[in-house]
Design a binder for this molecule. Structure first.
Ligand SMILES: [Zn+2]
Length: 426
């Protein structure tokens, strides 16, 4: 059975809506109280106070009413995305959907794969420590149907009730304040199949969430069903819904839109978490604090500047050239090759994409430039957006935005696989 792209699209939209609903809370609470300045210890991403002034113009930001923005730095309230991050995993079931088999088998659908995915993508900077302090299914006091959980359901009232009940049931065995984020791994027989409607959702930066052991359950991902796409690769890649949902916990927006994965394709797990393994865009890695500022070049100077990019999967070296267009948007340039978490790069090269910090989650904050429009793409991998799979620019090719006065030229590749790129701006 081959799942259709239509199914994937419907699923994606659900998560986008839920994220939008929830992040409203983030904006209103931080605007009201202003308790935590950007750069505080609880902030996600590279929010150190002293950053090179040269990068300032590339630290784009959107309007305050953008709820989940590509802007840098990520506002406070989200989970930390570097160093040791402790993830509490609770497996839950219901009287009308009793857990089948061991709860720890459900846990093992996601671990250690998720830990490894983060270690690889972050070049070792995110030390993700999952824990399952309760080895059995936690039976919720009401049937699944009674919670009214549907695709796109907002936090209130359904999820508030579920979290309150979960805290009450788990609290005797769990010290909630010992963890940075919560994964609720729901028994797969609760709710519809992921191929019909995906319920998996994250509520991030939610300071108004129910309190457990003195702290709000502010960053929580809920995982339902199984993303078995029928391609026979579920055992290998089905866990990736969790790194996607945790991406929201760290402040990343959804990159798919109502039209599916056509804006970014398979180049980022926040766009497509089905199908073959994939990584994050370099922009996201910078936002999460997984690239040093020295690995990012901010191309602001008029005239031509020369840059060297190293392949994204490799540790160290220049990873991202950003060309700001204005204070809210700009072009990002990176070198994508197979390796690391990227299993299905069928055409290596320089990926160019526009980042708009003023566009909200699910509405297309990032758009990849297709170097070969209407080619049909180079991938045959199931559930990988095909058209953009050959979007990367090969040596000798160039991209031009005449209106913005920007030209990006892809130069030669050296013997080590590094890529020269020149940027010209007026
Ligand atoms: Zn999402």
């Amino acid at each position: 059975m081959q799942p259709s792209s239509r199914r994937i699209r419907r699923r994606r939209r659900a998560a986008a809506l839920a994220s939008v609903t929830l992040l409203t809370l983030v904006v209103s609470t931080s605007a009201d109280s202003g308790r935590l300045p950007a750069g505080s210890a609880t902030a996600a991403g590279p929010t150190a106070t002293a950053r090179p002034a040269a990068l300032g113009p590339c630290m784009i930001s959107g309007a305050v009413d953008v709820q989940l923005s590509e802007g840098i730095p990520t506002p406070p309230g989200y989970a930390r995305s570097t160093g040791t991050v402790r993830a509490l995993n609770l497996m839950v079931d219901f009287s009308d959907a009793p857990g089948r088999g061991s709860a720890l088998d459900r846990y093992r659908e996601f671990f250690p794969q998720t830990t490894r995915w983060f270690r690889t993508s972050s070049y070792g900077r995110l030390d993700y420590r999952p824990a399952a302090p309760v080895g059995d299914w936690l039976r919720m006091p009401k049937p699944f149907k009674a919670y009214g959980i549907e695709r796109g359901a907002p936090f209130d009232p359904a999820y508030r009730k579920l979290v309150e009940d979960l805290v009450a049931v788990a609290d005797p065995k769990v010290d909630f304040k010992a963890y940075d984020l919560l994964n609720v791994l729901v028994t797969p027989n609760a709710g519809p199949s992921a191929l019909d409607t995906v319920l998996s959702v994250t509520f991030a930066g939610n300071a108004e969430a129910p309190v457990a052991d003195g702290v709000p359950v502010a960053n929580a991902s809920f995982i339902y069903s199984r993303q078995d796409d029928g391609s026979g690769s579920y055992d290998k890649t089905g866990y990736r819904v969790l790194p996607h949902e945790n991406g929201h916990v760290f402040g990343l927006p959804d990159l798919y839109t109502q039209d599916g994965g056509g804006a970014v394709g398979h180049w980022d797990i926040m766009s497509e978490d089905w199908g073959a393994g994939n990584d994050l865009l370099a922009w996201h890695k910078w936002k999460l604090g997984w690239l040093d500022d020295e690995q990012v070049a901010c191309a602001t100077a008029p005239g031509t500047t020369e840059h060297v990019l190293t392949p994204l999967p490799e540790r160290g070296g220049g990873k991202l050239v950003f060309i700001p267009v204005d204070a809210k948007r700009g072009y990002a340039v990176e070198l994508r090759t197979p390796g690391g978490n990227d299993e299905d790069v069928c055409k290596s090269g320089v990926l160019v994409y526009k980042v708009d910090a003023d566009v909200d989650t699910g509405y297309g904050p990032i758009n990849v430039v297709d170097s070969t429009e209407d080619s049909g793409g180079c991938t045959r991998s199931p559930n990988v957006h095909a058209e953009l799979s050959d979007a990367a620019f090969a040596p000798g090719r160039q991209f031009k935005d005449a209106g913005a006065g920007i030209r990006i030229r892809v130069g030669e590749t050296d013997g080590d696989g590094n890529q020269r790129v020149s940027v010209t701006r007026r």
